[in-house]
Design a protein around this ligand. Sequence first.
Ligand code: NAD
Length: 501
Amino acid sequence: MESGNHNGGSAAKFPAIKFTKLFINGEFRDAVSGKTFETIDPRNGEVIGRIAEGDKEDVDLAVKAARQAFDHGPWPRFSGAERARLIHKFADLIEEHVEELAALDAMDGGKLFLWGKLTDIPVTAGHFRYYAGAADKIHGEVLKMTRPSMFGYTLKEPIGVVGHIIPWNFPSIMFAMKVAPALAAGCTMVVKPAEQTPLSALFYAHLAKQAGIPDGVINVVTGFGPTAGAAITSHMDIEKVSFTGSTEVGRKVMQAAATSNLKAVSLELGGKSPLLIFDDADVDKAADLALLGNFYNKGEICVASSRVFVQEGIYDALAKKLVEKVKGWTVGDPFDPTARQGPQVDKRQFEKVLSYIDDGKQEGATLLTGGNAIGNKGYFIEPTIFADVTDGMKIYQDEIFGPVMSLMKFKTVEEAIELANNTRYGLAAGVVSRDIDLVNTVSRSIKAGAIWVNCYIAFDVDCPYGGYKMSGIGRDSGLDALYSYLHVKSVVTPLHNSPWL
Ligand code: NAD
């Protein structure tokens, strides 16, 4: 493993931290309490900077600004084309700052700088462009009334002030997934980034202001979940909360919504997604998909294919191939362009993943490779593969959110479907086979929000994304996400001179 100096020997410039305060009503300001918290570099455990620690009073101020911007400001009253123009400008500025934004996420979250530059930040800008393109196409419908003397139509109106609570694994893409459709719909908002990765959200707030998005439309309150996050979910003046994170906190978000003002809630939660590899698969390609599904973003991805089911005819060959391939995997400084995997996001997550690896060892799974921390500085873990995993084991049941793959064997298609659905989650699934009939049968039988056939982690801004079962409620991405930030209002009137009673 490469040792972690600040620039990892790459040409990437380590950016200065410019924004550390809350962003409320178009201005950066300290928390009311004056408190701050540390944001930590997971490559070495050192403090990157101190960030304003928002709490209930700060959320109140942010909601007040968003309320004012919604009730009296120009944003919801602009034409869709005008909103689109400013959102495109925001996307232009994001594209002008790709390196700086990718570097912020790399130092704050241990994410690969190169992937950030090539994927996360362009995808973030792409979300803003996609929804800018939709902002002037928000139509109601003319209704087919039962009584011909009546005329009815629907209006789609922005839902109001929205709270977005986002996790640390994709700080930029998650920001865009939530903020872009809400902006296009004409909503105003309060965003709470994860406490582990607050830096890029504050930078986006600065760029939004530069783009000309009016003050109060986007507010960012950095801080912790049980304080700032809970103040958002229980706020009486927020109409909707969009949350991505753990199932456990998702439950609390729903409870808070229910006991406050019954605000709308969308939840994108955990997963334990199956990857089904059938006997007719190309072993080499299937191994690459399993590695991508498990070790992309160091396994810190809710759609990780952490249960890999392999048909018995190729099980041994695939296990061998995976181990061979993973030997060439470089775990190291995320600024090193040769690194395939960076450090886990923080000490807590690092210890949690290592504890699951211990469970796997103790519960009798066969450790094929990995299983250890790397070095004595930072939060690096070897890509780890267990075989002979059974459904009673913790590593089979729980979302680990780290670079840990579990391999299981199956015989028949029916058994594969049953195993795939044998989980409380239902976020995503992969199917690897060249048999079209089999693929179609399996795709229809799995209870999950996304099915990737002969590919994996094939996200696209136009693909609605969300969970079945305990993986959540509602959809991010696609036009479904835009509609979730809109009310539908019915307007009915009698036609001229027609009796309406
Ligand atoms: P989390 O659910 O605790 O945190 C996600 C966000 O919710 C953060 O912004 C956090 O501050 C906020 N939050 C926490 N408690 C809150 C509360 N009571 N009220 C309102 N907001 C609150 O997730 P985590 O601790 O960052 O990670 C724990 C686990 O969550 C991971 O191991 C993984 O299983 C899962 N996770 C899933 C995703 C995903 O994309 N679905 C992303 C990150 C984490």
